[in-house]
Design a protein around this ligand. Sequence first.
Ligand code: SF4
Ligand code: SF4
Length: 68
Amino acid sequence: MNKIYIDAYKCVHCGACTSICKNNALTIDKNKYTLSFNEGKCVGCERCIDACPLRAIAIRVELRWLCV
Ligand code: SF4
Ligand code: SF4
């Protein structure tokens, strides 16, 4: 499972990350000035990180081990 971390102090709600995310994992509400992340839709491609002009996004990839 991947987790995106958004620095709310840096984010200016420009929408660059939501536009580039093909999985609709990021959604922006320009009226409320909020950026939401849906963990279940994120595939960890990191395109949003490169797209953010303010470097407001970081990702942590969590590894899960399966025991058999
Ligand atoms: S890492 Fe990829 S899938 Fe996840 S939110 Fe960013 S652009 Fe979307
Ligand atoms: S690209 Fe960066 S500044 Fe723009 S909405 Fe996304 S996190 Fe905020």
